[in-house]
Design a protein around this ligand. Sequence first.
Ligand SMILES: [Fe+2]
Length: 362
Amino acid sequence: MNELDSTIGVKKIELLFAENIDFPSINISQEKKSLIEKIRIKHLLWIPRLLFTRTYRALPKILKDIFFSLSIIHKSPASKMFARTRYDEFRILIDAKVSSMSLKAVPDHYVDVVKDTFNAGFYKTNLSDLSELDEIIEDVVNTTNPSHAGARPYFKDGKNEKIEGSYSAYYSFSKEYNQKMNKILHSDLTNDFNYHLSALAGYKCTFDDIIYSLSVVYGANSNDEMHQDTFSSVAKGFLYLQDIGSNNAPFEYLEGSYADAKFRSKETNKAVLENDSHSSGSTRLRGQKLQKALKKYKLQSFTGSKGLFVLANTAGYHRKGIHNSSKPRIILACGVKRKGVISKFLINLVAMVKFKFIQERN
Ligand SMILES: [Fe+2]
C-alpha cells in the first residue's frame, strides 16, 4: 500500500501537493436536479436578503451612502462627495460604540481580558487534539467542489497581473459537519471564549454560531495585501491544521487598528477618491501608506503549532503572510455571521438587559 492510500485529511493534501498531483484532481459532478427540486423552504427565506442586495446594487452611489450607511454590505463610501467628508469616520465610531456594548454583558471577572481583546482586535488560544477532524476533512475534499472565497490569483490593484503558482481552494462543510466540528472543538475552549468572540464580532454570539471552511492555499494571492474587510466589526477565525512558521503564510494583523476611526477612514477615503474600484470596498494599504501603518501599529504575525486558533476583528487591517514553502497552508477558516450596526445594537441591548436581570437575581 503506498503512503497516499494510508493517509487521510491534512497529511494527504500535503502528499498530493508534494507528488505534484493536480489538486483537487477531481471535479465532482453534482447530481443534476431541476430548479423546482433544488428549491427548499430555507431558500425562500433568502428572498428578503436577495431583494436587499439587489436594491443596494441598483442604487446610485450617493443614495447607497445615504440609505446603507450602517449596513454591513456598504464596505466603504461609494461617492466621492461622501469620501470628502467625515462620513466614514462617524460610522466607524458608531460601530465601535455599538460593538463595545457587548462588553456590558461580560461577568466582572472576565471584563479586563475581554476589553483587551476588543482593543487589540484579536484573541488566540490553543486546541490540543484535532485528530478527529481528519475524517471530516477527507470527506469534504472528496465530495465537494471548492471556491476561491475572495482569494484571487492577482492583487486588487487593477493591473490584473496573474500571480504565478497561486492556488487557493475553500471547501464548505455541511450543517451536520459544522455541528460535529463545533462539538469536537468546544471541549478545548475556556469558559470566556464566547465573550472574546462577541467582543470581536461586535455583538453577542456564541461558539455554536461559527461556520467553518477548509482553506488550502499555496503561493501569494489577493489576501497578501494589507486590507480591512469592511468598516464594521467582523469576527473571523483561523485554526491552524499544521505548524505554521513565518514562511507558511501566517495570518497577520495590525494590532489596535480597528478602533482608529480617523486613520482607517482617511485611508479608505483616499482610496475612493483615487478611483479604487478593484478592492470591492475592502480597501488596501500599499507602498508608503503601508509603511506608515506598520510604524503606527504593531504587526502581529501569528506563527505557531498545529492547533493555534486565532480570532480577529477583520475590520482592522490584516493580511495573509508570505508563503515561501513547498507545503500548502491548510487551515480551518471560520467566522460568525456579519451584522450591520442596527442589528448589533438590538442584539447587544437584549443581551445587556438579560445580563443585568440575571445579575440582579443572583
Ligand atoms: Fe480579509
